[in-house]
Design a protein around this ligand. Structure first.
Ligand code: NAD
Ligand code: MG
Length: 389
Protein backbone atom coordinates (compact mmCIF):
# COMPACT_ATOMS: atom_id res chain seq x y z
CA UNK A 1 0.00 0.00 0.00
CA UNK A 2 1.28 3.45 -0.82
CA UNK A 3 1.15 6.00 1.96
CA UNK A 4 -0.19 9.31 0.70
CA UNK A 5 -1.17 12.76 1.97
CA UNK A 6 -3.30 15.34 0.19
CA UNK A 7 -2.80 19.03 0.97
CA UNK A 8 -5.77 21.09 -0.18
CA UNK A 9 -7.91 17.94 -0.37
CA UNK A 10 -11.19 19.87 -0.38
CA UNK A 11 -10.36 22.06 -3.36
CA UNK A 12 -10.94 21.50 -7.03
CA UNK A 13 -7.63 19.67 -7.62
CA UNK A 14 -7.88 17.88 -4.27
CA UNK A 15 -11.34 16.54 -5.10
CA UNK A 16 -10.19 15.32 -8.50
CA UNK A 17 -7.37 13.46 -6.76
CA UNK A 18 -9.83 11.96 -4.29
CA UNK A 19 -12.00 10.81 -7.19
CA UNK A 20 -9.02 8.82 -8.52
CA UNK A 21 -7.94 7.49 -5.13
CA UNK A 22 -11.44 6.46 -4.04
CA UNK A 23 -11.76 4.25 -7.14
CA UNK A 24 -8.75 2.24 -5.98
CA UNK A 25 -9.00 2.71 -2.23
CA UNK A 26 -7.25 -0.50 -1.24
CA UNK A 27 -4.02 0.59 -2.90
CA UNK A 28 -3.60 3.61 -0.64
CA UNK A 29 -2.95 4.23 3.01
CA UNK A 30 -4.15 7.81 3.45
CA UNK A 31 -2.09 9.47 6.16
CA UNK A 32 -3.46 13.03 6.16
CA UNK A 33 -6.01 15.20 4.38
CA UNK A 34 -5.90 18.97 4.80
CA UNK A 35 -8.48 21.60 3.93
CA UNK A 36 -9.83 24.97 4.91
CA UNK A 37 -13.38 26.17 5.51
CA UNK A 38 -15.21 23.19 4.05
CA UNK A 39 -14.79 20.91 7.06
CA UNK A 40 -17.91 18.90 6.19
CA UNK A 41 -16.25 17.73 2.98
CA UNK A 42 -12.94 17.23 4.77
CA UNK A 43 -14.55 15.04 7.43
CA UNK A 44 -16.55 13.07 4.88
CA UNK A 45 -13.46 12.31 2.79
CA UNK A 46 -11.34 11.52 5.84
CA UNK A 47 -13.87 8.89 6.88
CA UNK A 48 -14.40 7.52 3.38
CA UNK A 49 -10.65 7.16 2.80
CA UNK A 50 -9.94 6.04 6.36
CA UNK A 51 -7.35 8.79 6.88
CA UNK A 52 -5.23 8.92 10.03
CA UNK A 53 -5.48 12.70 10.32
CA UNK A 54 -7.65 15.60 9.09
CA UNK A 55 -6.37 19.17 9.36
CA UNK A 56 -8.10 22.47 8.67
CA UNK A 57 -5.94 25.55 8.24
CA UNK A 58 -8.38 27.52 10.43
CA UNK A 59 -7.79 27.10 14.21
CA UNK A 60 -11.31 28.48 14.87
CA UNK A 61 -12.78 25.42 13.11
CA UNK A 62 -10.93 22.89 15.25
CA UNK A 63 -13.84 22.13 17.60
CA UNK A 64 -16.35 21.75 14.78
CA UNK A 65 -14.05 19.40 12.88
CA UNK A 66 -13.45 17.45 16.08
CA UNK A 67 -17.23 17.08 16.55
CA UNK A 68 -17.70 15.96 12.96
CA UNK A 69 -15.06 13.27 13.38
CA UNK A 70 -15.89 12.15 16.92
CA UNK A 71 -15.82 8.37 17.23
CA UNK A 72 -14.39 7.80 13.76
CA UNK A 73 -10.77 7.25 14.79
CA UNK A 74 -9.58 10.10 12.55
CA UNK A 75 -7.28 12.44 14.50
CA UNK A 76 -7.93 16.18 14.13
CA UNK A 77 -5.67 19.22 14.06
CA UNK A 78 -5.92 22.85 12.95
CA UNK A 79 -3.77 25.79 11.87
CA UNK A 80 -0.83 26.34 9.53
CA UNK A 81 1.63 24.71 11.94
CA UNK A 82 -0.53 21.60 12.08
CA UNK A 83 -0.46 21.44 8.27
CA UNK A 84 3.34 21.69 8.35
CA UNK A 85 3.42 18.96 10.98
CA UNK A 86 1.22 16.78 8.82
CA UNK A 87 3.78 17.31 6.03
CA UNK A 88 6.47 15.85 8.28
CA UNK A 89 4.61 12.52 8.59
CA UNK A 90 6.37 9.99 6.39
CA UNK A 91 4.53 9.17 3.16
CA UNK A 92 5.52 7.94 -0.29
CA UNK A 93 3.57 10.55 -2.23
CA UNK A 94 1.90 13.85 -1.39
CA UNK A 95 -0.26 16.20 -3.44
CA UNK A 96 0.37 19.90 -2.97
CA UNK A 97 -3.00 21.41 -3.94
CA UNK A 98 -3.35 24.26 -1.48
CA UNK A 99 -4.09 27.52 -3.26
CA UNK A 100 -1.65 30.41 -2.80
CA UNK A 101 1.68 30.99 -1.08
CA UNK A 102 0.34 29.03 1.93
CA UNK A 103 1.38 25.93 -0.03
CA UNK A 104 5.06 26.76 0.23
CA UNK A 105 5.89 25.69 3.79
CA UNK A 106 4.08 22.33 3.70
CA UNK A 107 5.69 21.63 0.32
CA UNK A 108 9.17 22.36 1.68
CA UNK A 109 8.48 20.25 4.74
CA UNK A 110 7.31 17.29 2.66
CA UNK A 111 10.43 17.51 0.45
CA UNK A 112 12.66 17.67 3.53
CA UNK A 113 11.28 14.25 4.42
CA UNK A 114 12.08 12.88 0.98
CA UNK A 115 8.44 12.72 -0.08
CA UNK A 116 7.60 12.61 -3.78
CA UNK A 117 5.63 15.83 -4.20
CA UNK A 118 2.98 16.14 -6.89
CA UNK A 119 2.88 19.88 -7.26
CA UNK A 120 -0.29 21.68 -8.31
CA UNK A 121 0.51 24.67 -6.11
CA UNK A 122 2.21 26.84 -8.72
CA UNK A 123 2.49 29.75 -6.29
CA UNK A 124 5.28 28.00 -4.37
CA UNK A 125 7.38 27.67 -7.53
CA UNK A 126 6.69 31.27 -8.54
CA UNK A 127 7.47 32.56 -5.06
CA UNK A 128 10.49 30.43 -4.23
CA UNK A 129 11.36 28.09 -7.10
CA UNK A 130 15.09 27.75 -6.30
CA UNK A 131 14.29 27.08 -2.64
CA UNK A 132 11.83 24.33 -3.48
CA UNK A 133 14.04 22.67 -6.10
CA UNK A 134 17.11 23.00 -3.88
CA UNK A 135 15.23 21.35 -1.03
CA UNK A 136 14.18 18.46 -3.25
CA UNK A 137 17.75 17.98 -4.43
CA UNK A 138 19.22 18.13 -0.94
CA UNK A 139 16.86 15.41 0.31
CA UNK A 140 16.70 13.22 -2.78
CA UNK A 141 13.00 14.03 -3.22
CA UNK A 142 11.16 14.20 -6.53
CA UNK A 143 8.80 16.96 -7.61
CA UNK A 144 6.24 15.99 -10.25
CA UNK A 145 4.33 18.77 -11.99
CA UNK A 146 0.53 18.63 -11.82
CA UNK A 147 -0.34 21.90 -13.51
CA UNK A 148 -1.67 20.57 -16.82
CA UNK A 149 0.78 22.50 -19.03
CA UNK A 150 3.77 21.47 -16.96
CA UNK A 151 2.66 17.88 -16.78
CA UNK A 152 2.37 18.03 -20.57
CA UNK A 153 5.91 19.41 -20.95
CA UNK A 154 7.19 16.83 -18.51
CA UNK A 155 5.56 14.04 -20.51
CA UNK A 156 6.88 15.42 -23.82
CA UNK A 157 10.38 15.35 -22.33
CA UNK A 158 10.37 11.69 -21.37
CA UNK A 159 13.48 10.10 -22.93
CA UNK A 160 14.78 13.45 -24.22
CA UNK A 161 17.82 15.49 -23.21
CA UNK A 162 17.24 19.06 -22.04
CA UNK A 163 20.17 20.08 -24.27
CA UNK A 164 18.02 19.14 -27.29
CA UNK A 165 15.25 21.52 -26.31
CA UNK A 166 14.89 24.73 -28.29
CA UNK A 167 11.61 26.05 -26.91
CA UNK A 168 8.68 25.28 -24.69
CA UNK A 169 5.20 26.38 -25.73
CA UNK A 170 2.42 26.50 -23.17
CA UNK A 171 -1.14 27.07 -24.27
CA UNK A 172 -3.83 29.30 -22.80
CA UNK A 173 -7.57 29.16 -23.38
CA UNK A 174 -7.73 32.96 -23.30
CA UNK A 175 -10.10 32.84 -20.33
CA UNK A 176 -13.56 34.30 -19.86
CA UNK A 177 -12.90 37.55 -21.74
CA UNK A 178 -10.99 36.37 -24.78
CA UNK A 179 -13.65 37.75 -27.12
CA UNK A 180 -14.53 40.90 -25.22
CA UNK A 181 -13.62 44.28 -26.68
CA UNK A 182 -10.63 45.54 -24.66
CA UNK A 183 -12.55 48.73 -23.71
CA UNK A 184 -15.08 46.65 -21.79
CA UNK A 185 -12.52 44.82 -19.62
CA UNK A 186 -12.29 47.60 -17.03
CA UNK A 187 -15.92 46.95 -16.12
CA UNK A 188 -15.75 43.16 -15.98
CA UNK A 189 -17.54 41.92 -12.87
CA UNK A 190 -16.57 39.26 -10.37
CA UNK A 191 -19.26 36.90 -11.64
CA UNK A 192 -18.18 37.33 -15.22
CA UNK A 193 -14.53 36.68 -14.34
CA UNK A 194 -15.43 33.60 -12.29
CA UNK A 195 -16.61 31.38 -15.13
CA UNK A 196 -14.19 29.57 -17.39
CA UNK A 197 -14.98 28.54 -20.98
CA UNK A 198 -13.25 25.11 -20.77
CA UNK A 199 -12.03 24.16 -17.29
CA UNK A 200 -13.89 23.67 -14.03
CA UNK A 201 -11.52 25.02 -11.35
CA UNK A 202 -11.36 26.93 -8.08
CA UNK A 203 -12.54 30.57 -8.21
CA UNK A 204 -9.10 32.13 -7.78
CA UNK A 205 -7.44 30.30 -10.66
CA UNK A 206 -10.52 30.90 -12.83
CA UNK A 207 -10.22 34.68 -12.36
CA UNK A 208 -6.47 34.38 -12.91
CA UNK A 209 -7.26 32.68 -16.22
CA UNK A 210 -9.46 35.59 -17.32
CA UNK A 211 -6.65 38.06 -16.54
CA UNK A 212 -3.93 35.64 -17.76
CA UNK A 213 -2.21 36.00 -14.42
CA UNK A 214 -2.53 32.24 -14.33
CA UNK A 215 -0.52 31.96 -17.55
CA UNK A 216 1.91 34.59 -16.26
CA UNK A 217 2.53 32.40 -13.22
CA UNK A 218 2.87 29.37 -15.46
CA UNK A 219 5.57 31.10 -17.52
CA UNK A 220 7.59 31.63 -14.35
CA UNK A 221 6.73 28.11 -13.21
CA UNK A 222 8.08 26.75 -16.53
CA UNK A 223 11.31 28.70 -16.21
CA UNK A 224 11.85 27.56 -12.65
CA UNK A 225 10.84 23.94 -12.97
CA UNK A 226 12.48 23.08 -16.30
CA UNK A 227 15.41 25.49 -15.88
CA UNK A 228 14.95 27.07 -19.31
CA UNK A 229 15.59 30.72 -20.12
CA UNK A 230 12.63 33.07 -20.50
CA UNK A 231 13.30 33.61 -24.22
CA UNK A 232 12.76 29.88 -24.81
CA UNK A 233 9.19 29.96 -23.46
CA UNK A 234 6.16 30.95 -25.52
CA UNK A 235 2.44 31.26 -24.86
CA UNK A 236 -0.13 30.41 -27.52
CA UNK A 237 -3.84 31.05 -27.20
CA UNK A 238 -5.55 27.77 -27.97
CA UNK A 239 -9.28 28.03 -27.46
CA UNK A 240 -9.99 24.33 -27.39
CA UNK A 241 -7.70 23.60 -24.37
CA UNK A 242 -6.79 20.21 -25.82
CA UNK A 243 -3.12 20.74 -26.62
CA UNK A 244 -1.72 21.60 -23.20
CA UNK A 245 1.88 22.26 -24.15
CA UNK A 246 4.50 21.54 -26.79
CA UNK A 247 8.23 21.07 -26.60
CA UNK A 248 10.26 22.21 -29.61
CA UNK A 249 13.58 20.49 -30.28
CA UNK A 250 16.66 21.63 -32.20
CA UNK A 251 15.73 19.42 -35.14
CA UNK A 252 12.50 21.37 -35.60
CA UNK A 253 10.21 18.70 -34.12
CA UNK A 254 7.38 19.81 -31.86
CA UNK A 255 6.14 17.21 -29.40
CA UNK A 256 2.61 18.15 -28.37
CA UNK A 257 0.63 16.76 -25.48
CA UNK A 258 -3.05 16.41 -26.41
CA UNK A 259 -5.73 15.45 -23.91
CA UNK A 260 -9.12 16.44 -22.54
CA UNK A 261 -9.32 19.43 -20.18
CA UNK A 262 -9.60 17.24 -17.09
CA UNK A 263 -7.16 17.63 -14.21
CA UNK A 264 -7.51 13.94 -13.41
CA UNK A 265 -5.14 13.28 -16.30
CA UNK A 266 -2.24 15.32 -14.89
CA UNK A 267 -2.98 14.22 -11.31
CA UNK A 268 -3.23 10.57 -12.40
CA UNK A 269 0.01 10.81 -14.37
CA UNK A 270 1.81 12.11 -11.26
CA UNK A 271 0.09 9.52 -9.07
CA UNK A 272 1.22 6.57 -11.17
CA UNK A 273 4.51 7.98 -12.50
CA UNK A 274 6.73 6.59 -13.90
CA UNK A 275 4.05 4.20 -15.11
CA UNK A 276 0.90 5.01 -17.01
CA UNK A 277 -2.30 3.46 -15.75
CA UNK A 278 -5.85 3.53 -17.07
CA UNK A 279 -7.55 6.80 -16.12
CA UNK A 280 -11.26 7.66 -16.19
CA UNK A 281 -10.88 10.57 -18.59
CA UNK A 282 -12.59 11.20 -21.90
CA UNK A 283 -10.90 9.72 -25.00
CA UNK A 284 -10.74 12.49 -27.57
CA UNK A 285 -12.44 11.96 -30.91
CA UNK A 286 -10.27 14.24 -33.03
CA UNK A 287 -12.32 13.65 -36.18
CA UNK A 288 -15.34 14.99 -34.33
CA UNK A 289 -13.37 17.92 -32.91
CA UNK A 290 -12.23 18.66 -36.45
CA UNK A 291 -9.82 21.50 -35.90
CA UNK A 292 -7.47 22.97 -33.38
CA UNK A 293 -6.69 26.69 -33.46
CA UNK A 294 -3.72 28.69 -32.23
CA UNK A 295 -3.22 32.45 -31.95
CA UNK A 296 -0.50 34.68 -30.56
CA UNK A 297 -1.67 36.35 -27.33
CA UNK A 298 -2.49 40.05 -27.45
CA UNK A 299 -0.19 41.63 -24.84
CA UNK A 300 -2.40 44.73 -24.64
CA UNK A 301 -5.32 42.55 -23.59
CA UNK A 302 -3.19 40.56 -21.15
CA UNK A 303 -0.67 42.87 -19.39
CA UNK A 304 0.08 40.05 -16.93
CA UNK A 305 2.21 38.35 -19.59
CA UNK A 306 4.51 41.37 -19.88
CA UNK A 307 4.80 41.50 -16.11
CA UNK A 308 5.81 37.82 -16.04
CA UNK A 309 8.57 38.54 -18.55
CA UNK A 310 9.86 41.31 -16.33
CA UNK A 311 9.84 38.98 -13.31
CA UNK A 312 11.71 36.28 -15.23
CA UNK A 313 14.35 38.84 -16.27
CA UNK A 314 14.72 40.24 -12.75
CA UNK A 315 14.75 36.87 -11.02
CA UNK A 316 15.70 36.65 -7.35
CA UNK A 317 12.88 37.62 -5.02
CA UNK A 318 10.79 39.34 -7.69
CA UNK A 319 8.72 36.17 -8.05
CA UNK A 320 7.80 36.43 -4.36
CA UNK A 321 6.77 40.07 -4.84
CA UNK A 322 4.82 39.21 -7.98
CA UNK A 323 2.92 36.34 -6.39
CA UNK A 324 2.07 38.14 -3.15
CA UNK A 325 0.98 41.32 -4.96
CA UNK A 326 -1.10 39.24 -7.35
CA UNK A 327 -2.76 37.33 -4.51
CA UNK A 328 -3.52 40.56 -2.70
CA UNK A 329 -4.83 42.25 -5.85
CA UNK A 330 -7.05 39.22 -6.47
CA UNK A 331 -8.38 39.48 -2.90
CA UNK A 332 -9.13 43.14 -3.67
CA UNK A 333 -10.99 42.24 -6.85
CA UNK A 334 -12.96 39.48 -5.11
CA UNK A 335 -13.86 41.96 -2.34
CA UNK A 336 -14.97 44.37 -5.11
CA UNK A 337 -12.47 47.01 -3.92
CA UNK A 338 -10.77 47.34 -7.31
CA UNK A 339 -11.66 46.71 -10.93
CA UNK A 340 -10.52 43.86 -13.15
CA UNK A 341 -7.72 45.80 -14.88
CA UNK A 342 -6.54 47.28 -11.59
CA UNK A 343 -5.12 43.90 -10.60
CA UNK A 344 -2.28 44.29 -13.10
CA UNK A 345 -1.73 47.88 -11.97
CA UNK A 346 -1.40 46.80 -8.34
CA UNK A 347 1.17 44.15 -9.24
CA UNK A 348 3.13 46.56 -11.43
CA UNK A 349 3.20 49.31 -8.80
CA UNK A 350 4.24 46.87 -6.07
CA UNK A 351 7.08 45.46 -8.19
CA UNK A 352 8.24 49.01 -9.04
CA UNK A 353 8.21 50.06 -5.42
CA UNK A 354 10.10 47.08 -4.07
CA UNK A 355 12.61 46.93 -6.92
CA UNK A 356 13.36 50.66 -6.52
CA UNK A 357 14.44 49.81 -2.97
CA UNK A 358 17.01 47.43 -4.48
CA UNK A 359 18.12 44.01 -3.41
CA UNK A 360 15.45 41.98 -5.22
CA UNK A 361 17.79 40.45 -7.76
CA UNK A 362 20.68 39.68 -5.50
CA UNK A 363 19.01 38.71 -2.23
CA UNK A 364 19.36 35.05 -1.47
CA UNK A 365 16.18 33.03 -1.68
CA UNK A 366 15.88 31.77 1.87
CA UNK A 367 12.53 31.01 3.48
CA UNK A 368 12.93 34.02 5.81
CA UNK A 369 13.68 36.37 2.91
CA UNK A 370 10.79 34.99 0.90
CA UNK A 371 8.29 35.31 3.75
CA UNK A 372 9.48 38.83 4.57
CA UNK A 373 9.25 39.85 0.91
CA UNK A 374 5.78 38.32 0.69
CA UNK A 375 4.70 40.31 3.76
CA UNK A 376 6.10 43.58 2.43
CA UNK A 377 4.59 43.08 -1.01
CA UNK A 378 1.15 42.55 0.53
CA UNK A 379 1.49 45.82 2.47
CA UNK A 380 2.47 47.77 -0.66
CA UNK A 381 -0.20 46.06 -2.72
CA UNK A 382 -2.73 47.03 -0.02
CA UNK A 383 -1.63 50.66 -0.31
CA UNK A 384 -1.97 50.51 -4.08
CA UNK A 385 -5.47 49.03 -3.73
CA UNK A 386 -6.49 51.90 -1.42
CA UNK A 387 -5.24 54.44 -3.95
CA UNK A 388 -7.05 52.81 -6.84
CA UNK A 389 -10.23 51.87 -5.00
P1 NAD B 1 -9.35 25.62 -4.59
O1 NAD B 1 -9.58 27.00 -4.11
O2 NAD B 1 -10.46 24.88 -5.21
O3 NAD B 1 -8.82 24.74 -3.34
C1 NAD B 1 -7.78 25.18 -2.53
C2 NAD B 1 -7.51 24.24 -1.38
O4 NAD B 1 -6.55 24.89 -0.51
C3 NAD B 1 -8.71 23.94 -0.50
O5 NAD B 1 -8.60 22.64 0.02
C4 NAD B 1 -8.60 24.97 0.62
O6 NAD B 1 -9.23 24.57 1.80
C5 NAD B 1 -7.10 25.01 0.81
N1 NAD B 1 -6.62 26.27 1.34
C6 NAD B 1 -7.01 27.53 0.99
N2 NAD B 1 -6.32 28.44 1.69
C7 NAD B 1 -5.47 27.75 2.50
C8 NAD B 1 -4.49 28.14 3.45
N3 NAD B 1 -4.24 29.43 3.73
N4 NAD B 1 -3.79 27.17 4.09
C9 NAD B 1 -4.01 25.86 3.83
N5 NAD B 1 -4.95 25.43 2.94
C10 NAD B 1 -5.65 26.37 2.27
O7 NAD B 1 -8.07 25.67 -5.53
P2 NAD B 1 -7.74 24.73 -6.78
O8 NAD B 1 -8.37 25.31 -7.98
O9 NAD B 1 -7.93 23.32 -6.42
O10 NAD B 1 -6.18 25.03 -6.94
C11 NAD B 1 -5.22 24.50 -6.03
C12 NAD B 1 -3.83 24.78 -6.58
O11 NAD B 1 -3.67 24.07 -7.79
C13 NAD B 1 -3.58 26.24 -6.92
O12 NAD B 1 -2.23 26.54 -6.69
C14 NAD B 1 -3.86 26.32 -8.40
O13 NAD B 1 -3.18 27.35 -9.05
C15 NAD B 1 -3.36 24.97 -8.85
N6 NAD B 1 -4.01 24.44 -10.07
C16 NAD B 1 -5.34 24.26 -10.10
C17 NAD B 1 -5.93 23.75 -11.24
C18 NAD B 1 -7.41 23.48 -11.29
O14 NAD B 1 -7.89 22.88 -12.25
N7 NAD B 1 -8.20 23.86 -10.31
C19 NAD B 1 -5.16 23.47 -12.37
C20 NAD B 1 -3.79 23.66 -12.29
C21 NAD B 1 -3.20 24.15 -11.13
MG1 MG C 1 -2.37 25.26 -15.87
Amino acid sequence: MRRITLFGATGSVGQSAIDLIARDKDSYDVVALTGGRNITQLAKDAVALDADLAVTCYPALYDDLKDLLAGTGVAVAAGPDAIAEAAARPVDWALSAIVGAAGLVPGLEALTHGTTLALANKESLVTAGPLLLGRAKAHGATILPVDSEHSAVFQALVGEKMSAVERVVITASGGAFRDWPIEKLANATLDQASSHPNWDMGQRITIDSASMFNKAMELIETKEFFNVSSDMIEVLVHRESLVHAMVGFHDGALMAHVGPPDMRHAIGYALHWPERKTLPVERLDLAKIGRLTFEAPDEARYPALGIANRVMQEGGLSGAVFNAAKEHALDGFIAREIGFLDMARVVQVTLDKISSQGGLQNASITLDNVLETDRLARIYAGEAIKQLG
